[in-house]
Design a protein around this ligand. Structure first.
Ligand SMILES: Cc1ncc(COP(=O)(O)O)c(C=O)c1O
Length: 369
């Protein structure tokens, strides 16, 4: 065996996305102790930067030391207690994972389904809340990566609040790519991933909890069944000036990378980043349509950072994707579930949302098709 030297790919799938050299450089800086005062100071800055990207003043805003799925699980295991009802809005792969999380916590999932390719229906949310007065939490995916659909997080949250419920929101693909306002929209538990529009290395999951969510965690009757994800234990590691105690060994270098990627986003400005995603989405859309490729999702709720398109008739999904990879070093995503073989998912996430990538993707697709 020899050292592994990966090829230089352009990542335009559903994540991970391209990472800037600046972030990769940060990753390779010397490792220091995770309780070193300088590292703790950097963790404080990561918290501040995360508060900015989440648009929140929530004190409890940290990065879970594991990928987005662990962020999802963190929210469910800490907030759902045995016997509680949770409304799960399912319009793709990740809504179904939420349902499984609820059941594994001993909760009861009340599921409302929307067609893949469509957003969560507000009417169905309200009907379910009216029918089940004992629902405690409403869980939904803001940006469904499996279909490229954006749901109306603000309106779902308003409804949830009206019926006395908390919200658990999957913002894995939305954070940094489209507007998300945790405080303004009064979202309660929100999790994301480092590898999508933040363009950091995979393996970290930013989460934020409102005061209402923290109060619910504090009033639990039983300890959280997961030791690692129990936020009452994790918090002593992430907070408290100078009096932090060991919980687990933080992924030191990955957190350098997250710090750098968040700093880049802050320097660009969130609004500018949202506009950049929208701008290159438009450029990609025009190019794809001129190749005769149709979008799957209605423009009204289409994600700029994840473009789900139909594979043209008579074209081999696998052959095209493998030629893009082998001849152009370009990765695009396959369809998931029922959409496998029918759609491609072309990501324009974070550092990958740029002119060169759009041009490469259009040229490569046009040649190969
Ligand atoms: C919407 C959504 N939720 C959750 C996840 C899980 O994140 P991870 O793969 O980092 O565990 C993903 C990953 O693609 C996602 O797109």
């Amino acid at each position: 065996m020899q050292s592994f030297i990966p090829p230089k790919r352009t990542l335009m799938g559903p994540g991970p996305s391209d990472i800037s050299p600046q972030v990769l450089q940060a990753l390779s800086r010397p490792t220091i102790g995770h309780l070193d005062p300088l590292f703790i100071k950097m963790m404080d800055e990561v918290k501040e930067l995360l508060k900015y990207v989440f648009q929140t003043e929530n004190e409890f805003t940290i990065a879970v030391s594991a990928p987005g799925s662990a962020g999802m699980e963190t929210c469910f295991v800490n907030l759902v207690e045995k016997g509680e009802k949770v409304l799960v809005c399912r319009n793709g792969v990740f809504g179904e994972r939420m349902r499984q999380n609820v059941e594994r916590c001993g909760g009861t999932a009340i599921v409302i389904d929307d067609k893949w390719g469509e957003p969560v229906s507000l009417n169905k949310v309200e009907e379910a809340l009216l029918k089940h007065a004992d629902i405690k939490i409403v869980a939904f995916v803001h940006a469904e990566t499996s279909t490229g659909v954006l749901s109306d997080a603000e309106s779902i949250s308003t409804l949830a609040r009206q019926y006395g419920c908390l919200t658990i929101v999957d913002a894995v693909t939305s954070l940094g790519g489209v507007p998300l306002f945790v405080d303004k929209w009064q979202l309660d538990a929100v999790y994301s991933g480092s590898q999508k529009c933040l363009s950091c290395t995979p393996g970290l999951s930013p989460v934020t909890f409102s005061k209402r969510a923290v109060d619910k965690m504090k009033s639990r009757t039983k300890a959280v069944q997961s030791w690692f994800l129990d936020q009452s234990l994790v918090l002593s590691y992430w907070s408290g000036e100078g009096k932090r105690s060991y919980h687990h060994t933080a992924p030191v270098n990955s957190l350098y990378a997250l710090h750098e990627s968040l700093l880049m986003l802050k320097n660009e400005g969130l609004e500018a980043a949202w506009s950049r995603h929208a701008f290159y989405h438009q450029e990609l859309k025009e190019g794809l349509e001129s190749l005769g490729i149709q979008f799957m999702v209605d423009e009204a709720y289409r994600l700029p950072q994840l473009n789900a398109v139909y594979i043209p008739e008579g074209v081999s999904d696998v052959e095209v994707r493998s030629r893009l990879l082998n001849e152009y070093n370009l990765e695009i995503g396959a369809g998931l579930g029922d959409l496998a073989g029918k759609t491609w998912r072309i990501g324009l996430m974070g550092y990958a949302a740029k002119k060169e990538n759009v041009a490469l993707c259009l040229k490569a697709l046009s040649d190969v098709l």
